[in-house]
Design a protein around this ligand. Structure first.
Ligand SMILES: Cc1cc2nc3c(=O)[nH]c(=O)nc-3n(C[C@H](O)[C@H](O)[C@H](O)COP(=O)(O)OP(=O)(O)OC[C@H]3O[C@@H](n4cnc5c(N)ncnc54)[C@H](O)[C@@H]3O)c2cc1C
Length: 441
């Protein structure tokens, strides 16, 4: 791994930071006012997007863009640095059309969309004219294990018919949201999946991972009901984390993304780069929290001493610095591995799982220390800390809870141990299982 940051990436980072400082940050009070008064999205957001696009700071996240598609075509490692900068001001990512979950949805459409689907959805998403959401989690089943998902899609002549309920669907309340990518269980189609499918966990596991499809559903289709925007630790996100019901939702068959039964396989595409983006944005928030805490304790005095004189405070600052730097190296390593075509998949997925755990836990820890240094003010809306803490806490669940990611890392480690132990391990019953890639889900 090359640890140096290429000159072009450094130059772009400086340009992005300067753009945010000059144009975006001055609007921060207006942004919060607009959200509080329901004037969302505020008109100035459109102006900022136009300016960002003219400045060449647009669609920074997608390396594989075609020549006619707008964007910078950066590597994952280069984009990671920019994601950290954008993370410090959470609404800034939309100015550059790099916001989740649209970035992941664009990656999916880019790789698996038909020409007609790309024309209908990818083009306006890349232009920043519409927003989208990814609907997987359901209230009625434990969605950490997505094979549980129950929302159904039925094949009826020229149509697909959906029924079910989803929740915590980020982005669905955004006034420009027009598209839902919905993960559905195929109804009556299980037998179309090849019975030859196997995984190291056995044929049942392989079959379970081929029972779901992703369907493109326009948000305003009859039968789609946006029930509510769910607050997260009492923070109500303007773009929403929504509960949505699908009642006999009928859409054309051409709305199926990719192949029938390939929903899980396709959704993996969102995960690697998407987690690097989440983690780097989280690290940006950790950096801001640490710098705010360090500055605060230089000006605040108790019992005749600045807070910075106390050993406990110094230890918090030091640990935060050390842990942020450790985490950044780990995330950048994963970004770099994603850029290397030959990276072995199960190793990559274990590392992707690891960074998600590290960054989410770190954010809660670093921001919590900063809150303590700020005293009561740290819990108020007068600093971004309470929001950062909430987001870090949510990150421990979003895109799968920590425990599932730890399981992925552990299973990879155990698989390596079993390979080393060979026949003395009781894990493999046939020699060919030893050479088959492990199913790490
Ligand atoms: C702010 C926010 C935004 C979100 N955005 C989206 C979105 O846009 N789209 C979407 O589809 N979903 C979204 N989610 C939902 C999120 O992905 C799910 O909450 C998550 O996958 C967990 O599913 P669950 O809530 O059903 O928890 P459950 O599956 O019920 O799990 C509960 C707990 O069980 C434990 N557990 C589960 N499996 C294991 C295991 N193998 N070992 C040990 N313990 C285990 C974990 O502690 C876990 O937290 C969002 C969530 C939040 C908080």
């Amino acid at each position: 791994m090359d640890f140096s940051i290429p000159q072009e990436t450094q130059a772009l980072s400086h340009r992005l930071q300067a753009f945010i400082d000059q144009y975006v940050l001055p609007y921060n009070p207006a942004w919060h006012h607009a959200v509080a008064t329901g004037d969302y999205p505020p008109a100035f957001l459109g102006d900022l997007k136009t300016l960002a696009r003219e400045a060449g700071l647009w669609n920074l996240f997608l390396p594989e863009l075609q020549a006619h598609e707008p964007g910078t075509r950066l590597s994952h490692s280069a984009y990671a640095h920019l994601a950290e900068i954008m993370g410090k001001l959470p609404w800034a990512a939309e100015v550059f059309n790099c916001q989740a979950p649209d970035s992941g949805n664009m990656a999916l459409l880019h790789q698996f969309g038909s020409d007609a689907q790309k024309q209908a959805w990818l083009v306006p998403l890349l232009d920043g004219h519409v927003r989208s959401a990814f609907a997987m989690t359901e209230p009625d089943v434990a969605s950490s294990d997505p094979t549980n998902l129950q929302t159904t899609v039925r094949d009826e002549g020229d149509s697909l018919v959906l029924n079910g309920r989803k929740w915590f669907i980020t982005g669905a309340a955004h006034p420009n949201c027009q598209l839902l990518l919905v993960m559905c269980r195929n109804q009556g189609s299980v037998h179309s999946v090849s019975s030859a499918l196997t995984s190291i966990d056995g044929p049942d596991s392989a079959l379970k991972h081929h029972q779901h499809s992703i369907v493109l559903v326009p948000l305003h289709t009859p039968g789609v009901e946006l029930v509510r925007n769910i607050s997260v630790v009492h923070h109500l996100a303007p773009e929403g984390h929504c509960e949505i019901i699908f009642r006999q939702v009928r859409i054309p068959k051409s709305s199926l993304l990719g192949q029938w039964g390939e929903g899980f396989k396709m959704s993996q595409v969102r995960l690697g780069p998407g987690r690097v983006h989440h983690c780097m944005r989280a690290l940006g928030q950790c950096e801001l929290a640490l710098s705010m805490a360090a500055e605060r304790c230089l000006e605040r005095e108790t019992f005749g001493h600045h807070l910075s004189d106390y050993a406990s405070v110094q230890e918090w600052l030091a640990l935060s610095r050390i842990e942020i730097d450790q985490a950044r190296l780990l995330v950048l390593q994963v970004a770099w591995l994603l850029d290397q075509a030959e990276t072995e998949r199960s190793q990559l997925m274990a590392k992707v799982a690891a960074i998600k755990v590290v960054a989410a836990r770190l954010q809660v820890k670093v921001v919590d220390r900063a809150m303590q240094i700020f005293g009561a003010m740290g819990l108020s809306p007068d600093t971004p800390l309470a929001y950062f803490w909430t987001w870090g806490r949510a990150l421990q669940l979003m895109d799968g809870p920590d425990e599932v990611h730890l399981r992925t890392v552990a299973r990879h480690e155990l698989h390596q141990a079993r390979l080393r132990m060979g026949a003395s391990s009781n894990y493999f019953t046939t020699p060919e299982q030893m050479t088959r890639p492990v199913n790490i889900r």
